[in-house]
Design a protein around this ligand. Structure first.
Ligand SMILES: Nc1ncnc2c1ncn2[C@@H]1O[C@H](COP(=O)(O)OP(=O)(O)OP(=O)(O)O)[C@@H](O)[C@H]1O
Ligand SMILES: [Mg+2]
Length: 262
């Protein structure tokens, strides 16, 4: 017989935030206010909210770039902050370095062994549909979509377990964006990483997320909407044709409208 106090231990969340508050100035009203959330490994959580409501501030706090006023940010105990990848709207590639030299940063400052770096690089180039021939180019010689792919690969070469993305696909044309969304989605699911994605695009949030969070203008979560689709429906083109997609869109849009007008 199994003893009554036997319990299967639940794996720790990749990220747990409890009662987080933060303000840029102590005397002004907080930008983040008593906010709690958790993200499991293999989950993508999107954050929507009005411009200026604190989305980037929240990512910066998670990345450890700023210190909370109160509350706690817990990263899975097996990992440290060094295992967080941060991807911005515009790529942060160094224009004077070739793509290969840009991608070598993980090896230079991340202490990733050369063989592992080389093998991961080849695998990631394939996954994100980039040809090896781009390695000798400079960032300015690539299209915006290619640069953003390189930027994502640059972060992934550090082997982060948690990815923070601040409007990463916003500057791309619709077709490139859809393709990159699909590549990103399958990467997260295949590797069981966790991701927090800030976006202004409701469709993108639905297509990619397990949960959509709506941040209100008081710096807390107004709504947490679970998004459920069959795996086979998660293709970025297929999902936009599923009836439920439209229903989620309406639900999120109504919630977003209500926080924007607050
Ligand atoms: N370095 C800073 N010093 C003081 N106030 C700041 C600083 N950065 C942001 N803020 C203020 O904090 C609030 C939240 O800013 P934040 O950049 O997090 O918004 P956001 O939700 O990311 O907006 P957007 O959607 O436009 O990117 C805004 O009122 C902004 O003016
Ligand atoms: Mg922002």
């Amino acid at each position: 017989m199994v003893s009554s106090d036997f319990q299967i231990e639940k794996p720790a969340s990749a990220l747990t935030i409890s009662s987080l508050s933060f303000g840029y100035k102590k005397e002004s009203k907080p930008v983040i206010n008593d906010l709690s959330l958790s993200v499991e490994a293999g989950e993508i959580v999107s954050i929507l909210g009005r411009s200026g409501c604190g989305k980037s501030t929240l990512l910066n706090l998670i990345a450890g770039l700023m210190t909370p006023l109160s509350g706690e940010i817990r990263i899975d105990q097996h990992h440290s902050r060094c295992n967080i990848g941060y991807i911005f709207q515009e790529d942060a590639l160094m224009p004077w370095r070739t793509i290969k030299k840009n991608l070598a940063l993980a090896q230079e400052i991340g202490n990733v062994p050369k063989e592992l770096w080389q093998a991961s690089l080849m695998e990631l180039l394939k996954r994100f549909h980039l040809d090896e021939s781009i390695l000798d180019s400079y960032p300015a010689q690539l299209s915006g979509g290619m640069r953003q792919r390189v930027s994502i690969i640059q972060s992934l070469l550090f082997n982060p377990h948690l990815l923070l993305l601040d409007e990463p696909f916003a500057a791309l044309d619709f077709f490139t964006k859809l393709r990159l969304e699909g590549e990103f989605y399958s990467f997260i699911k295949d590797t069981s990483k966790a991701a927090v994605l800030v976006t202004h695009d409701i469709e993108e949030a639905i297509a990619l997320s397990d949960h959509v969070l709506i941040l209100n203008n008081r710096g807390s979560i107004e709504a947490n909407i679970p998004i459920e689709f069959e795996d086979s429906q998660r293709d970025p083109e297929v999902i936009r044709g599923v009836n439920k997609f439209g229903e989620y869109y309406q639900l999120i849009w109504q919630q977003l409208k209500s926080v924007i007008s607050q």
